[in-house]
Design a protein around this ligand. Sequence first.
Ligand code: ADP
Length: 489
Amino acid sequence: MSQNILVLDEGTTSTRAMLFTPEGACIGTSQRELTQHYPQSGWVEHCPHEIWERTRDCAAEMIARAGGPERIAAIGITNQRETVVAWDKASGEPLTRAIVWQDRRTEPFCMALREAGHEAEVQARTGLLLDPYFSGTKMRWMLDNVPEVRAAAERGTLAFGTVESWLTFKLSGGAHITDASNASRTLLMDLAAPGFDAGLCDLIGVPMNALPQVTDMAGALAATESALFGRAIPITGLVGDQQAATIGQACLAPGETKATYGTGAFVLANRGSAIPRSTNRLLGTVLTQLGGERIYAIEGSVFVAGSLVQWLRDSLGIVEVASQTEELARSIPDSGGVVIVPALSGLGAPHWRAEARGVIAGLSFSSGKAQLARAALEAMAHQTYDLARAFAADGAEWQTLRIDGGMSANNWMAQDLADVLGVPVERPAFVETTALGAAMLAATGAGLYPALGSAAAAMRGQAMRFEPAMADAVRDERLARWQHALRAA
Ligand code: ADP
């Protein structure tokens, strides 16, 4: 019996291995922290060795827990997207530290490309904006600034990849592939084309022969070297983390939408097989590629969600633990007119105002901890409402919203989201939707299910539903106050 699915979930602050049954039950987790390197303001780096070794160790632990490698049917990998690793194909060794998705060092290059008038074409072709967030300009930076990377490019042995690509290379002992969801975050792939694009690679300045081959997200993609875990285990699912969460929430039909509330908030709506064209500064991205067929999503993210609650806890000392915001919010009938605009690190979609800063409006002598905590939670619904309007303007109106992430545990916030958005909000009992989505893909790729839809139907658990119940007048007044405060941010 080799029926378990091993998921490797490589996040920003830690890497994990999780063991799933084919029915979607998580029966084991092993986790290791990842060291964050901040060599300069705005720079964030990871050590590729550490990513590999800690992920491998977590995997080995879960394989032992399962009872040996013959009990693992398949491996699925999901990862922090956009982070770039450079390594030498011949030696298999990294050439420099990984540049992490949050890193802003390529802003001058992005600005030069924007000023040269390239953004409209890049957006039309890739669905992305010319922002340091995406992988391509990070690759270019390494070529220009790391002599070892340049030398490997000249030798023809340079390999670039996002983290699922790096891990697959190390696990398999040499496969250089990337899945379409990760590839769609590089600025180097046209959403309409199966592989990387020569014109885009030229524009960004990345040699195509250093890039991995773009593959489906499920299937016989690679296999582990047998010496590594004692058996060649098939790698049958590869997927970027937000796409994985969208799949884990079973948003497989056009219009179905999920929102993940962690440090920040990420919203993705399934748009079916038509390439999304946002006119509201949302991103277009690949949600799935199976059998060469793509389904697309539009995506919007807000920078500050749970981190606002963390700020209330660590900088203001209003709560001792994040979950106390719930009882504080419930202890009063309203926020007493207090509105928080959580632009502590600028405003993301749909505003895209990097220079904006936070605002607390409407303070009076009756404002206290409870009002601030409530206003912080209310800000999540307000920010999400602005995204909902942008999605609707792009033709993707939400019928329900499926939520997950650490902050979604807050029942008061979940109800407030339903109230302000005016749509039902659903929260699954098992909120590790990113890992679950990777497990669904890997199970499909291993042939345990005939299609992703049947994997999702079998593996997705029960969800709790929050129905909208707020009077229109209350909602309108709140949104008016939010709009007013937003102008001051
Ligand atoms: P990430 O994956 O981005 O590290 P998580 O999904 O683990 O984040 O979510 C953690 C965030 O959610 C923290 O910023 C924390 O402040 C917030 N959070 C966790 N539980 C609650 C809660 N019950 N109420 C409000 N915020 C919460």
